[in-house]
Write a protein that binds this ligand. Sequence first.
Ligand SMILES: *[C@@H]1O[C@H](CO)[C@@H](O)[C@H](O)[C@H]1NC(C)=O
Ligand SMILES: *[C@@H]1O[C@H](CO)[C@@H](O)[C@H](O)[C@H]1NC(C)=O
Ligand SMILES: *[C@@H]1O[C@H](CO)[C@@H](O)[C@H](O)[C@H]1NC(C)=O
Ligand SMILES: *[C@@H]1O[C@H](CO)[C@@H](O)[C@H](O)[C@H]1NC(C)=O
Length: 731
Amino acid sequence: MGDSEGSILNFSVMEKIAREGYLSVFKDYGVYGIVGAVVVAILIPLLISMVFVGKKKMKQRGVPVPVPGEAGLVVRNARSVRLIEVPWEGATTMASLFEQSCKKHARERFLGTRKLISRDFVTASDGRKFEKLHLGEYQWETYGEVFDRACNFASGLVKLGHDVDTRAAIFSETRAEWSIAFQGLFRQNITVVTIYASLGDDALIHSLNETQVSTLICDSKQLKKLAPISSSLSTIRNVIYFEDDETSRDSNVSRHTDNWSVFPFSEVEVLGKNNPVHPRLPIKTDIAVIMYTSGSTGLPKGVMITHANIVATAAAVMTVIPRLGKNDVYLAYLPLAHVFELAAESVMLTAGAAIGYGSTLTLTDTSNKIKKGTKGDASELRPTLMTAVPAILDRVRDGVLKKVEETGGFPKTLFNTVYKRRLAAIEGSWLGAWGLEKLLWDVMVFKKIRSFLGGEIRFMLCGGAPLSGDTQRFINICMGAPIGQGYGLTETFAGAAFTEWDDISVGRVGPPLPCCYIKLVSWEEGGYLTSDQPMARGEVVIGGCSITAGYFNNDAKTKEDFKVDEMGMRWFYTGDIGRFHPDGCLEIIDRKKDIVKLQHGEYISLGKVEAALISSNYVDNVMVYVDPFHNYCVALVVPSHQVIEKWAQEAGIVYKDFAELCNKDEAVSEIQQSLSKVAKAARLDKFEIPAKIKLIPDPWTPESGLVTAALKLKREQLKAKFKDELQKLYQ
Ligand SMILES: *[C@@H]1O[C@H](CO)[C@@H](O)[C@H](O)[C@H]1NC(C)=O
Ligand SMILES: *[C@@H]1O[C@H](CO)[C@@H](O)[C@H](O)[C@H]1NC(C)=O
Ligand SMILES: *[C@@H]1O[C@H](CO)[C@@H](O)[C@H](O)[C@H]1NC(C)=O
Ligand SMILES: *[C@@H]1O[C@H](CO)[C@@H](O)[C@H](O)[C@H]1NC(C)=O
């Protein structure tokens, strides 16, 4: 993975959590204790289930809305007839929501950051140096204090000479100052441009230039990246950087270059404190954020998010997560430049919850950057809520299962038995899901796995990409918490659909959030119709309060993807294909642009085929490709180092390095056989199974620009990079 500090994909972290948690169970309880407990656990639920034989009743979560003259199927959340626009009266903008929440919770904890105690370097056996941090307790600032800091920052910015009619950009990893700067800018109705820290230079230059940003707010790490591209950043006048614990004042940051002035964040705050400026508050239709998304193709697009969009999503999510409030503690570590994290933190602000900041590399006690014997973010914070992307949860699951497999023997049998019982219970009935047996297994088998995330998680928010049913169950069982799977896009400020905490089904994304409607529109060409039985299918179209104002500086694309109906409602055409279950929950089943036609006219859904192939042990990543002039498909496969090397060893294959192994016919044929097997198991058609494959030795990471930060394939980039390889596959 390289030193991908900005990315959200540090898998090894979560893998370790899972493995070590699993192992320590056996150290603590010993085999006899476990056997005793197994016996008890199997008897008790048997008795209970004989007493209560409950019947499940389907809960209606989404209901159709009759719309005269509408051909498609329109569904709303069952709990509210009218769309929810604001969390409470008066909170119509992010600025007013922030001010009111800070007043209401003035003395409560709001933003927490860990203090750096020491920074060491350890040298590994191969001579590489690793940074290890010893981080202290969380230091909290109250809602009242954060409000003052945001106001001071806003005043300081004006005092520095920032022209409030120009935009400011935040280009930084997630941290408390990110939020403070963000809220400060709204005090002066300044539109914030957000940029992913892992985007390349070209994307950065493009976004800043396109939006004519005059003040750039960044962390000290990003500051270093600016110098080499400064000549391309002609609109920037001021650069404000967040200081790190030790690189602060006396470091070598040059204060004035030819083109811009550089200020530490704290200095701007002090300036503002001594020179207060009147606020200039926005109204709900003003653009709060222009969020650049790493699209799957071409240059990033800036999505214009209004204040109304943010408060609507926050208000809607408040109604679907139970008991959300000031007792909640949220662990923030995903990039704030991603809509999912920004929406989640907006919800926490609305709820008056405490937000503790962390990072992927310091998340747990065994994280790469955590000094041995000291605490990771999760065990220090003990969060009740956290977010995750499916890619991370998949790795957690794989990690635990791998460890189970390696350990073998009795622990393996126990884990598998308990897991199966829990699975049956969850899928069977509520009683089973929450009964005594759960308590027992939680204490015996799962408690340790949980303690790696602090042991208090009561709800996990998952979004960014579809989560597989298996993984969802696995996390339900091992972490003991429901997963709220969100479905939404930057274009809908994350708000679209959200699974409810008491929904025990998998693979679905829940009913529409109460801030929007979801409509299905037939896509004849792809063969998805709203008249389909047993469920209506079609393109997912989202309308309502969370639908953003469109793409910055791109009317053509805005007109293509956004439509306004006669009632004045904005709708966004997602390009995703979904179907509605009878209870009003949406399931995403395909994606429009990933469906391609073979020469003979058969359609191949690339996403569907890839999802099937990736379940092969050999496969780390895979892209299926179709040349429309042929009647078969091919695939680029990134093999799993470990698995393929293990196979090679057993098969007695000699090779110099991994790249050479990937070129060996034996390896290709072994993997191809495995692909055929999983493809058949997934009941793919013959033409959907890649006829030829090419093994690619290097992993596809967001840094290499081949996948998005949420790990979605960037097909155009992959096609360009592996043009020759793909061509050869069709010879
Ligand atoms: C910046 O944008 C202007 C148009 O607004 C364009 O002419 C110029 O080439 C752009 N510069 C860079 C470095 O992208
Ligand atoms: C300042 O900007 C100009 C173009 O606006 C550029 O030519 C020059 O190289 C920049 N100076 C530095 C030190 O980056
Ligand atoms: C500061 O920069 C100067 C020259 O740019 C360099 O000689 C000096 O070593 C730097 N000091 C530190 C502490 O990095
Ligand atoms: C906020 O700023 C935008 C753009 O600069 C402007 O169009 C709008 O009128 C401002 N809103 C208020 C209430 O001043």
